[in-house]
Design a protein around this ligand. Structure first.
Ligand SMILES: [Zn+2]
Length: 102
């Protein structure tokens, strides 16, 4: 398996997963509890990763680049309500970290 997308929200991960499954690519969501990764990579718990099989990685990337080109992936800033592209880790307007919902 290879990680194809790291989503800031479960909603985004679900959207990515659905799009990949629609393309006939088997996916797996990881990250809600992050087993086995503690101490390895410092990723906030809020991240949800979408994984696909090695053989499907290229096709999955093509699907994802299509998604991002259509700008369907975005998240709403919990602080100021601004819409941000999924590729942004922090709000472009107020610098709120996507993973920090406090
Ligand atoms: Zn903001």
């Amino acid at each position: 398996m290879t990680r194809i997308h790291s989503a800031g929200t479960l909603a985004e991960a679900t959207l990515v997963q659905r799009s990949l499954e629609d393309a006939g690519i088997h996916t797996e969501m990881r990250g809600m509890s992050r087993p086995g990764l503690a101490g390895e990579i410092p990723i906030p718990d809020a991240k949800v990763d979408v994984w696909v099989g090695e053989d499907d990685a290229d096709a999955a990337r093509a699907v994802l680049s299509g998604l991002e080109a259509r700008a369907h992936l975005e998240w709403v800033c919990p602080r100021c309500g601004e819409h941000n592209p999924a590729s942004f880790e922090v709000c472009w307007q107020c610098k709120q970290d996507v993973a920090d919902d406090s």
